[in-house]
Design a protein around this ligand. Structure first.
Ligand code: AMP
Length: 283
């Protein structure tokens, strides 16, 4: 595995790979690698000949009161995990080489980015699509894998690629969960063991929704309220939002139509840790 920190060097390598007709798959992460990230690498290996993994804690997607400065950075561990997973190139730039002193350009998102995470984290998605675009230009992928764990982000990136005519195939990868159902996340390392137990309420909420819909409950707003109540009655937990949305538009849906697929979005706090989760629910 080759480790690269300079955008120009990464670009030159990617260009050469493309001239040699290699299919490049990219997986973008903020590091603190876990099973979720590694499942994306595996999917990239199954669909592309060369896998580039990027590790970059993008300051522009963190709000002022968010966890940029305490975000975990176990770089040596990440290196060995990436190597063991068979990553071909690890691109891990410094913030200064991605955003040099005179850096000015930001990509603006549209309606998809206005609700849910976008409403609660102003500027977050603009920071995400700006860095994703830069990393696309640097790694020149044919294929890019993103996790369904960040479902709204995935939808926004699909929109970005369509809107800006980027010739990149976007693949969504299923959510990896631990044995308790908690979606694996770098931020789970902030949780105390009590908070971690409490956090499983998100997955319990998802299971509750699946059962209620299977039992012919059509009122999705009512089910979302039940889940919010479940979260509120769990010690140390409070919901930010629970909502069923249309898969494509992310517009909230109140009444389920039989046979239609929806996405249930959840965001909640366990103690001081904010967690997001989601699931596809068949109406
Ligand atoms: P992050 O490092 O949190 O920015 O995540 C990098 C990529 O990994 C994103 O595409 C995430 O959606 C994806 N990802 C994070 N956690 C999981 C998970 N539990 N299962 C699947 N993909 C994930």
């Amino acid at each position: 595995m080759q480790i690269i920190t300079e955008p120009r060097q990464m670009q030159a390598i990617a260009e050469k790979l493309r001239l040699n007709r290699q299919l490049i798959g990219v997986v973008m992460t903020m590091g603190a690698l876990h099973e979720g990230h590694l499942s994306l690498v595996k999917l990239a290996q199954e669909t592309a000949g060369i896998v580039i993994l990027t590790i970059f804690v993008n300051p522009r997607q963190f709000g002022v009161n968010e966890d940029l400065h305490r975000y975990p950075k176990p770089f040596e561990k990440d290196l060995s995990l990436a190597k063991a997973a068979g990553v071909d190139y690890l691109f891990a730039p410094e913030a200064g080489s991605i955003y040099p002193e005179n850096y000015q350009t930001t990509i603006e998102c549209g309606a998809l980015a206005e609700r849910f995470e976008g409403a609660l984290r102003p500027g977050h998605f603009s920071g995400v699509v700006t860095v994703v675009t830069k990393l696309f230009n640097i790694t020149k992928p044919n294929i890019a894998i993103f996790g369904e764990k960040d479902a709204q982000q995935l939808a926004i990136i699909r929109q970005l690629v369509d809107d800006l005519n980027m010739d990149i195939k976007i693949i969504g990868a299923p959510i990896v969960r631990d044995e308790t159902g908690l979606a694996v996340s770098s931020r789970n390392s902030y949780l105390s063991s009590q908070e971690r137990n409490a956090a499983t309420i998100l997955y319990q909420g998802i299971c509750h929704a699946a059962r209620r819909v299977a039992d012919q409950e059509r009122d999705l707003r009512a089910i979302a309220c039940e889940i919010e109540q479940m979260i509120r009655s769990t010690e140390g937990c409070r919901p930010d939002y629970v909502s069923f949305v249309d898969e494509k538009t992310f517009n909230p849906v109140e009444i389920a139509e039989a046979g239609k697929e929806y996405r249930l979005l959840l965001a909640a706090w366990s103690g001081t840790v904010r967690l997001i989760d989601n699931a596809k629910i068949l109406g």
